[in-house]
Design a protein around this ligand. Structure first.
Ligand code: GDP
Ligand code: MG
Length: 163
């Protein structure tokens, strides 16, 4: 069985951009507006000799009870459940948001292995990642740029090393 890696985070942090880079396709639709990827979206990729399945998810908003937003949240929750590891993506440009805190809580409760990717970090120093320690995940933030391909190899080598 290939390891399944879920990409989780609030809308617009760059999940689909990272998915496309990891699968080397234009498969997931990257949008300038929030929440376009409404269903789980599967692809496969490889880092060195290690193949994996990666799952893109719609925007994650666990607080809303109904409608399409709630559907997106449950897709993200299903993706977390079936994942061997989760990459939690946050946005270096906006910093920590209340929604990030809620997702972090869901992830802590999931018992899954969590990796924290601070995206849109091109041109920023590592110090910009330090505020994300307040999410309480107990992991080091990886500074990445999904759009520019920076930090992705190092992140994925770490994520895949147990498999
Ligand atoms: P999703 O909603 O989490 O799937 O986010 P998308 O992948 O659709 O990206 C949302 C927006 O962020 C798009 O305008 C992307 O071009 C932009 N974006 C994604 N990754 C990066 C990055 O590494 N740096 C910057 N500056 N923008 C990015
Ligand atoms: Mg998306």
């Amino acid at each position: 069985m290939l390891p399944v890696i879920a990409l989780v985070g609030r809308p617009n942090v760059g999940k689909s951009t990272l998915y496309n880079r990891l699968t080397k396709t234009r498969d997931a639709i990257v949008a300038d507006f929030a929440g376009l990827t409404r269903d789980r979206h599967y692809g496969d990729g490889k880092v060195g000799p290690r193949p994996y399945i990666v799952v893109d998810t719609g925007g994650f908003e666990p607080q809303r009870p109904e409608g399409v937003v709630s559907h997106m949240a449950s897709q993200a929750e299903l993706a977390i459940e079936e994942a061997d590891a989760v990459i939690f993506i946050v946005d270096a440009r906006t910093g920590v948001t209340p929604q990030d805190h809620r997702i972090a809580q869901t992830l802590r409760e999931s018992g899954r292995k969590i990796y924290l990717a601070v995206n849109k970090a091109e041109g920023l120093s590592a110090i910009a990642g330090s505020e994300f320690y307040e999410l309480g995940l107990g992991v080091e933030p990886f500074m990445v740029s999904a759009a520019h391909g920076q930090g992705i190899a190092s992140l994925m080598e770490t994520v895949l090393s147990p498999f």
